[in-house]
Write a protein that binds this ligand. Structure first.
Ligand SMILES: [Zn+2]
Length: 160
């Protein structure tokens, strides 16, 4: 590897060999895969479809490549959403802790916002790290289509 080449982006075509979840009380997910590296040329503007051939099974995957400026913008938007999720998470935690910890007078129930804040905690707890990871790794290449066992393939960003 000679580092990033302007106007191109490196991605890995991931062929999932097996995806097994074992165990009952403590579930362990074991995924094995094989990656094939590709260098994809970015379009001068807009987006472009490219065909990538899986080196393991010869499946043809259709990917969409966007310009670097567009990829950076999308990545930045994802990072902003991640930050917003983190803020909502903290605010919802503070609110739920405050309301849940109060001793309510006889016959009074918790405000309607309480269950909303609990749901927000769970949603943002999952969303924030996912958005952060996606935003940091976003390279403007997305998988459009793959033959039958689509979920057995993935296109993974490679850091230059
Ligand atoms: Zn394959």
């Amino acid at each position: 590897m000679n580092g990033p080449i302007p106007g191109t982006v490196e991605v890995a075509v991931r062929h999932i060999l097996s995806d097994r979840t074992t165990g009952f009380l403590t579930r362990t997910r074991t995924i094995t895969w094989k990656d094939g590296l590709f260098r994809v040329r970015r379009p001068a503007s807009g987006k472009q479809s490219v065909e990538l051939i899986c080196p393991v099974c010869d499946a043809s995957l259709l990917a969409e490549v966007r310009t670097e400026a567009r990829a950076r913008r999308t990545g930045a938007v994802l990072l902003v959403l991640a930050a917003l999720s983190a803020i909502v998470f903290v605010a919802a935690c503070a609110y739920a802790f405050h309301e849940g910890g109060r001793t309510l007078p006889e016959g009074q129930s918790l405000p309607a916002l309480f269950p909303v804040s609990v749901v927000s905690i769970f949603v943002t707890f999952v969303a924030a790290p996912v958005l952060l990871l996606r935003g940091r790794r976003h390279n403007g290449v997305t998988m459009l289509d793959a033959p039958k066992p689509r979920r057995r393939h993935a296109i993974i960003p490679v850091r230059g």
